[in-house]
Design a protein around this ligand. Structure first.
Ligand code: ADP
Ligand code: TZD
Ligand code: MG
Length: 587
């Protein structure tokens, strides 16, 4: 539906003073064409920070029934949009002002691209004529040029009649093939342009089949099955691409029918429940070292998997089967013996069809070795999770949160930090797909509040955000946003007075604090109270349990300052080996 300028918030004759134009028929304008194009393509929510030149666009969007959520900083609006893309398979939309607002949003757009999440960053921009001659416009910047290398595609619309096509291209680019971030530049002058309303309506484009199925070639399927059939120690690795694909039933069938143990990457946890008998999660090291044929499903052989080689993978010769929609992913780090290029749903289904009725399960020596190792590791962990130490250590606090997630498998878990991330990932079992959201491929700090807000808004489910005190500091002001929209989010800040540990000392003895420590005994709970939410100071596992249960039950915005022993963490969490000194020592 096109809203005519005559019947909308701003009248067309503010931009056209000729009576002839009005007589020619109702007009529409750039603002309303953008809104109509988004609505035609089922966009419902915009993650936004207002200002020139998009303040009115946000107002009109809200007036026209889109949900427009305003943040305190564009980066977090962007992280919310990115995670909306991951959760829904539709592009999350972030909207910002020009230059500085655009740059703030760009970090999230690059993050979305890196993680293969579909997202569109729409930024207003200043007058092209002034920008291109570098004459110093208000917030002047050649945004299109700057966005290009940092995203999957970047477009600018200059004429009102091209808005429909511009938005259609942005949507298709974000979700088709390997999903990613798309930049859409909307100059201020475009939004004010008017055109005939009927012609405007005709110019809109509804994107048909935005992410078409991509079937693997039959020979590629046969090649993969041939390899798998002869495997003695097969392993499946599920990545966040598999979670994104929403092919949950087919993936479960593949694992169960083949009887092959699987390892979930961090955000693929819960795709099958972590308690599944074929989960090799707690026996990760043995599974990687001992495997001979590895089936990668929507996971890349990047740093998170030690590039598919070296100590992590052991000496045993391996062959890789890789399912990915991006052909260039194949052979990126090691040889891929059987590339299966296509969408995960189609590829997994093709494997299932080809396996037939009498598929032989892997040798029991392999599955039993993994099972035994898993039992040992789980038993070793159990008592640590029940400790009542005060101040709490990571395991004592996480033991409590683990039980809470076991009891509430539908809740969404957001997690960032270093030790706070690594321990929570291994301690907390996930039970359903797409419930664990975290720092992703970059290991970026500051995604937490944006993800928590995006997840609560998109799903309506309660969210538990487990945040290192440093990680939380990158996005803490968004607690106001959480309170303003009254979202069911419980933030637990693991407060160990710093980054990794709170115990570093400035070696010069000067009054300046060491580089990794914060104000001691800070009360993050007061930040939530400042905006009308619930703040709790928790020093024991019992305090923590009571407060989180209460928050998950009430759905009230809550922040729990969980006091963690400042000695408990380790440098860089589990990736200390990536610090320069360790890299040099290895060489
Ligand atoms: P993880 O960090 O969990 O290992 P990655 O982000 O490294 O996961 O890998 C995700 C992979 O999934 C990417 O290579 C991406 O191209 C792929 N992918 C995303 N969606 C699909 C899909 N629908 N079908 C096939 N591959 C997909
Ligand atoms: N800046 C950004 C955007 N991302 C980063 N990953 C970092 C800086 C470096 N960094 C890490 O890799 S983890 C971390 C930083 C600053 C914070 C770890 O401290 P924490 O967690 O308080 O969040 P723990 O539990 O104290 O380890
Ligand atoms: Mg910390």
């Amino acid at each position: 539906m096109v809203t005519t300028a005559a019947g909308s918030l701003a009248t067309a004759d503010e931009w056209t003073d000729s009576d002839d134009d009005l007589e020619a028929g109702p007009l529409t304008d750039g603002f309303h064409l953008v809104i109509d194009a988004l609505k035609l393509n089922d966009v419902e929510t915009i993650y936004n920070v207002p200002g020139i030149p998009i303040t009115d666009l946000g107002r009109y969007m809200q007036a026209e029934g889109l949900r427009v959520l305003s943040f305190r900083h564009e980066q977090h609006a962007g992280y919310a949009a990115a995670i909306a893309g991951f959760l829904t398979k539709k592009p999350g939309i972030c909207m910002t002002v020009s230059a500085p607002g655009f740059l703030n949003g760009l970090t999230a757009l690059a993050h979305a691209t890196t993680n293969c999440f579909p997202m569109i960053l729409i930024s207003g921009s200043s007058e092209r004529e002034v920008v291109d001659l570098q004459q110093g416009d208000y917030e002047e910047m050649d945004q299109l040029a700057i966005a290009k290398p940092l995203c999957k595609a970047a477009y600018r619309v200059l004429h009102a009649e091209d808005i429909g096509i511009g938005i259609a291209r942005a949507i298709r680019a974000a979700v088709s093939g390997r999903p990613g971030g798309v930049y859409l530049d909307l100059p201020a002058a475009l939004l004010g342009q008017t055109m005939d309303a009927a012609a405007g309506a005709n110019s809109l484009v509804k994107v048909i089949d935005a992410a078409p199925a991509q079937l693997p070639a039959p020979e590629a399927v046969a090649r993969a099955l041939g390899l798998l059939k002869n495997a003695k120690n097969p392993l499946i690795i599920l990545g966040k691409g598999a979670a994104y694909a929403q092919a949950d039933d087919a993936i479960r069938d593949l694992v169960e029918k083949s009887g092959i143990p699987y390892l979930p990457m961090s955000m693929a946890k819960g795709l099958l429940p972590d308690t599944h008998p074929l989960s090799a999660g707690p026996a990760r090291s043995l599974a990687l070292k001992g495997s001979d044929v590895v089936v990668m499903i929507g996971a890349r052989l990047n740093w998170l998997l030690s590039h598919g080689k070296g100590k992590t993978w052991g000496d045993k010769a391996k062959k890789f089967i890789q399912i990915d929609i991006e052909p260039r992913e194949m052979d990126s780090n090691v040889e891929i013996a059987a590339p299966l290029v296509g969408d995960i749903g189609s590829c997994v289904q093709a494997l299932l069809n080809g396996m037939g009725e009498d598929w032989a399960q892997p040798p029991t020596e392999w599955t039993e070795a993994i099972f035994t190792k898993k039992q040992t590791n789980v038993e070793r962990m159990a008592p640590k999770l029940q400790n009542n130490n005060v101040p709490m250590d990571y395991h004592g606090a996480l033991g409590v949160l683990r039980t809470i997630i076991n009891e509430r498998p539908d809740a969404i878990l957001v997690n960032e930090g270093a030790n706070t991330l690594d321990f929570a990932r291994s301690v907390i079992d996930m039970h359903k797909p797409r419930k664990r959201l975290d720092v992703g491929t970059w290991g970026v700090m500051g995604v937490g509040m944006g993800q928590a807000i995006g997840a609560a808004v998109e799903t309506g489910l309660p969210v538990l955000a487990i945040e290192g005190d440093s990680a939380f500091g990158f996005c803490g002001m968004e607690v106001e946003t959480i309170c303003r929209y009254d979202l069911p989010i419980c933030v637990v800040v693991f407060n160990n007075n710093g980054i990794y540990k709170g115990t570093d000392i400035n070696p010069t003895g000067s009054a300046d604090a060491a580089t990794t420590v914060f104000v001691k005994d800070a009360r993050y709970d007061k930040m939530m109270e400042a905006f009308g939410g619930v703040g709790v100071h928790a020093t024991t596992p019992d305090d923590l349990k009571r407060a989180v249960n209460e928050a998950m039950h009430s759905g009230k915005p809550t922040l729990i300052n969980a006091v963690i022993d400042e000695e408990a963490g380790t440098e860089s969490g589990r990736i200390g080996n990536l610090n320069p000194q360790s890299i040099i020592a290895k060489k």
